[in-house]
Design a protein around this ligand. Structure first.
Ligand SMILES: Cc1cc2nc3c(=O)[nH]c(=O)nc-3n(C[C@H](O)[C@H](O)[C@H](O)COP(=O)(O)OP(=O)(O)OC[C@H]3O[C@@H](n4cnc5c(N)ncnc54)[C@H](O)[C@@H]3O)c2cc1C
Length: 409
């Protein structure tokens, strides 16, 4: 592509302005530890077990990995982090970290109320335009899995297969699904009323079809004049570039704005393992290059269709983030176009976030919060990602070291 790049992600002074020396040194220690695969392997096996067995490990988790990647245990604690980020023109996506909980109906209602509390809080803050939800926070995982399986056996469009699957459920599960839909509706209605965007996270492929169908129905209901609801598209799946294009076609036909948070995808090892164990062909791309190709093609498609698509570039990949800014410039669109937002996870890739903010982009940190027990799966994914993603830890470490050196020259 022939455009000049105006943004550089190398400025560590901007990147870590919000961190004290002490905080930076702690981050250096954590990323050094995570660069040891044996330690991460041990930690990710031991920690969930230790928590379940009520061993006294919460103190050390709180002071290390939790502090690096999570805003706090409560909304009130998290508000302090959000406020600090706002001083650097960095926005926040609040993520109440409950996932895959099979707490029964009471637990699901409780999570829904928490999501509502988050929306209401976000509405009072100038720098929290979005919050995220996981459908597994308020729906039984095995029901989602069953629906997904039934949809796979059906024929026709996603929506046709969805409606048929619901129809074929026994009465008690039909009723259960109605409750899931009501919870989703309640969340989206409140978000629309309070003018807060709702990002629906993507999880495992074997529950994704009903999540997609439900999210598209919400977009159809709430995204007529502005974007309230966003689906997540995982481009490490080899079928998702087509899905993105199909979703765009559906949005054009039914006249709604497609909200698309585009990610590469966080469950690669789990997906491949399950496909192998159950003997079906893996839904994941054959290699990283294919994931990158589809991610960048998806991003380009979104910006080419920016009138109809509101895109969230959710990535730590420097090339993809730069590409987004270059495409905007090429199309003569402003870097803070209302349909383009950038986001990185809290605790990672500050060099991208803070330099994008400096350049005038609309950018946020995805900031999870919740009791330690609830955010453990999220933390384990971060630990794994920071060893398994080639170069990510190395990059974080070298940036931190560079900044510490700059400060003490
Ligand atoms: C704001 C935000 C929200 C997110 N929300 C979600 C979500 O809802 N659901 C979700 O699943 N993830 C989510 N993620 C995580 C995301 O999917 C990635 O795991 C993470 O961001 C790393 O990818 P990357 O684009 O940053 O870049 P990179 O570091 O360039 O890419 C790493 C990614 O490439 C892919 N990859 C690596 N090796 C291979 C290989 N051999 N073959 C094929 N593909 C490969 C994997 O997806 C891996 O995570 C989110 C990330 C952010 C920043």
């Amino acid at each position: 592509m022939e455009t000049q790049s105006v943004i550089s992600f190398d400025n560590t002074e901007f990147a870590f302005e919000y961190k004290s020396d002490k905080e930076l040194k702690k981050a250096r220690f954590l990323f050094s530890s995570m660069s040891q695969p044996w330690l991460v392997k041990l930690g990710t096996r031991f920690t969930p077990w230790a928590i379940k067995s009520h061993l006294p490990v919460k103190g050390i988790i709180r002071k290390t990995i939790f502090e690096q990647f999570v805003g706090g245990e409560t909304l009130e604690q998290t508000a302090i982090v959000a406020k600090k980020l706002s001083e650097y023109k960095v926005q926040v996506i609040l993520d109440y970290g409950v996932e895959g909980g099979d707490d029964g109906e009471k637990g699901f209602d409780h999570s829904t109320e928490e999501f509502i509390r988050v929306i209401k809080y976000a509405a009072t803050q100038p720098n929290i335009p979005f919050m995220s939800i996981k459908v597994t926070g308020f729906a039984r995982f095995s029901l989602l899995e069953k629906l997904d399986d039934m949809m796979h056996k059906g024929t026709g469009t996603l929506m046709k297969r969805y409606l048929k699957a619901i129809d074929d459920l026994p009465d008690d599960e039909k009723e259960e699904w109605h409750r899931v839909r009501r919870r989703m509706m309640y969340i989206c209605e409140t978000a629309a009323e309070k003018n807060v965007g709702v990002l629906v996270d993507a999880e495992e492929t074997w529950i994704q079809d009903p999540v997609d169908a439900l999210t598209i129905l919400m977009m159809d209901a709430f995204n007529k004049h502005r974007t309230v609801v966003y689906n997540t598209i995982q481009l490490y799946r080899h079928d998702r570039l087509k899905f993105l294009k199909d979703s765009h076609e559906a949005a054009a036909e039914r006249n709604f704005i497609l909200g698309a948070k585009i990610v590469r995808g966080a469950y690669m090892e789990k997906e491949r393992k399950r496909a192998e164990e159950k003997n079906y062909s893996s839904p994941i791309q054959p290699d990283k290059e294919s994931t990158d190709r589809d991610y960048n093609a998806g991003l380009t498609f979104c910006i080419e269709n920016i009138d109809r698509i509101a895109v969230i570039v959710a990535s730590h990949n420097e090339y993809s983030n730069l590409l987004a800014t270059q495409l905007l410039q090429q199309e003569n669109l402003p870097l803070d176009h209302p349909h383009v937002h950038f986001s990185q996870l809290y605790g990672m890739s500050d060099n991208i976030t803070f330099n994008l903010a400096h350049a005038g982009c609309s950018v946020s940190k995805y900031l999870p919060f919740g009791p330690i027990d609830d955010v453990i799966p999220y933390l384990m994914r971060r630990a794994q990602e920071n060893t398994s993603v080639k170069g990510q830890t190395g990059r974080e470490l070298s940036l931190i070291k560079k900044e510490l050196k700059r400060r003490h020259q």
